[in-house]
Write a protein that binds this ligand. Structure first.
Ligand code: AMP
Length: 145
């Protein structure tokens, strides 16, 4: 199958343009990180490229490298901010692969020993709680430097 082309009206493109709100954690020239609105665990963060990319099948190598560098930064910050025991990375491609939003994103999820993930695209988190978690991650990122 040939994957459909990039849709500039997807939710994450709107977030990047500032047309929709989000709880931003980090950004650099190539990437943007923000809280997942339906977190599978507290601190669940999404890392996306600023360039248009539908998923892993069309992303440019340079963007992928930049994404992974940011994923590592966020993972280290989550270990501190959430006193995590581990980190789970998830990434879905095309509807058959479980993808719901068609702008490439990596899920970075702090894990605690013995605690299962909540369902994918489950319940919306409280807005103030997401703001608190984003702030905790920003502070951890500053400490890590
Ligand atoms: P998937 O494409 O399968 O990786 O799922 C999309 C992910 O984006 C899910 O984890 C949703 O909770 C998350 N999501 C959807 N809309 C928003 C939004 N406006 N802000 C933050 N996260 C979102």
């Amino acid at each position: 199958m040939t994957a459909p082309s990039y849709d500039t009206d997807n939710i994450f493109a709107k977030i990047l343009r500032g047309d929709l709100p989000c709880h931003k954690v980090y950004e650099d020239d190539a990437t943007f990180a923000f809280m997942d609105i339906m977190p599978r665990a507290d601190g669940h963060t999404l890392v996306i490229p600023k360039n248009a990319s539908r998923n892993m099948l069309d992303v440019k190598q340079a963007d992928l490298n930049a994404i992974m560098a940011t994923v590592q930064k966020i993972a280290k910050a989550q270990m501190q901010a959430f006193d995590a025991d581990g980190i789970t990375l998830q990434q879905f491609n095309e509807p058959a692969g479980g993808q719901v939003v068609f702008h490439l994103h990596m899920h970075v999820i702090p894990r605690q020993d013995g605690i299962s993930l909540r369902p994918h695209t489950g319940e919306m988190a409280d807005n103030d709680l997401l703001a608190t978690h984003a702030q905790a991650l920003k502070e951890a990122l500053e400490k890590i430097g």
